[in-house]
Design a protein around this ligand. Structure first.
Ligand SMILES: *Cc1c(COP(=O)(O)O)cnc(C)c1O
Length: 218
């Protein structure tokens, strides 16, 4: 894969700080340490934080499942949407991305191995989605994202990461401008980077454990 990791001869991935459940003050403290990119799961939770921290020039990524009726708010408030997984969202995000902002960066979320999850498209759908995105001037296709099933067995996760890297390489041949493969979280980011991630999404390993609560998928 032609990415920065290979050119440098060693793994090298961008860090996305996952700030769901964290206060604006906690995010500001991390931004003061030099962290610029933050990931949020819920549009409703993110909007007030984005507003409160507007002066800091941070980069906001939506990493949670996006309902179509929230696409307008997401297209206005976020810099990246990592969870584009269906044609309907391509149209909705493109329609609502304001002309005053640069094109919205998007990743196609792929359901690489989690039969139980309703988020993410099937790997076979990626090629058509990628073409649809490149036809929209208000969207900028940056790459792929995946959340492999939480398997205790690290080999299973590695094979999911490897499958994503193969898919990324295939999409890159058609769309050489893409540069981002977002995969790996606190528990498995080392394996993800070794298998080809260019961006890891880290929450608890940065901010500390979240309050234990069941997090809805949406
Ligand atoms: C919560 C979340 C993360 C971060 O998880 P940690 O285990 O806290 O690092 C990464 N990606 C997505 C999509 C998430 O929902």
């Amino acid at each position: 894969m032609d990415n920065a990791s290979q050119r440098c001869g060693r793994p090298n991935a961008r860090l996305l700080a996952v700030s769901k459940t964290r206060s604006a003050a906690a995010i500001a403290a991390m931004a003061a340490c030099g962290q610029q990119a933050f990931g949020e799961n819920y549009v409703q939770e993110a909007l007030p934080k984005i507003e409160a921290l507007r002066g800091l020039g941070l980069e906001w990524h939506l990493i949670g499942h996006l309902q179509s009726n929230k696409a307008e708010q997401a297209a206005v408030a976020f810099d990246w949407v990592q969870t584009l997984d269906r044609l309907k969202l391509v149209t909705a995000l493109a329609k609502h991305r304001p002309d005053s902002l640069s094109p919205l960066n998007v990743l196609i979320q792929v359901n690489i191995d989690d039969e139980a999850s309703k988020s993410g498209c099937h790997p076979d759908e990626v090629a058509a989605l990628a073409v649809a995105i490149t036809h929209e001037p208000r969207l900028h296709l940056r790459g792929l994202m995946a959340i492999p099933a939480p398997a205790p067995d690290m080999q299973r996760r590695r094979s999911a990461f490897r499958a994503m890297t193969a898919l990324f390489t295939a999409v890159h041949m058609r769309h050489p401008g893409i540069d981002t493969l977002s995969m790996g979280m606190s528990e498995d980011f080392v394996a993800a980077i070794e298998e080809g991630a260019t961006m890891v999404r880290i929450g608890s390993a940065l901010f500390g454990a979240r309050q234990p609560k069941t997090e809805p998928a949406a």
